[in-house]
Design a protein around this ligand. Structure first.
Ligand SMILES: [Zn+2]
Length: 59
């Protein structure tokens, strides 16, 4: 039941690029933008996984 609020243990794999824009930059967050395969139809962010976009479209 203890919440872990350590920022270094955030799970970015389930966050959208839109959400990450409000987060502090981190190497872990950068990973989702490597070799982009999808683009967000709303904000224009490009990520490797569609799971990280709020409105993913294939590049
Ligand atoms: Zn978006």
């Amino acid at each position: 039941m203890a919440e872990n609020k350590n920022p270094s243990t955030k799970d970015y794999s389930e966050m959208t690029a839109c959400q990450l824009k409000n987060e502090d930059p981190s190497p872990e967050a950068d990973k989702i933008f490597k070799k982009p395969q999808f683009v967000c139809g709303l904000c224009g962010s490009k990520t490797h996984s569609a799971a990280n976009l709020c409105n993913p479209e294939a590049l």
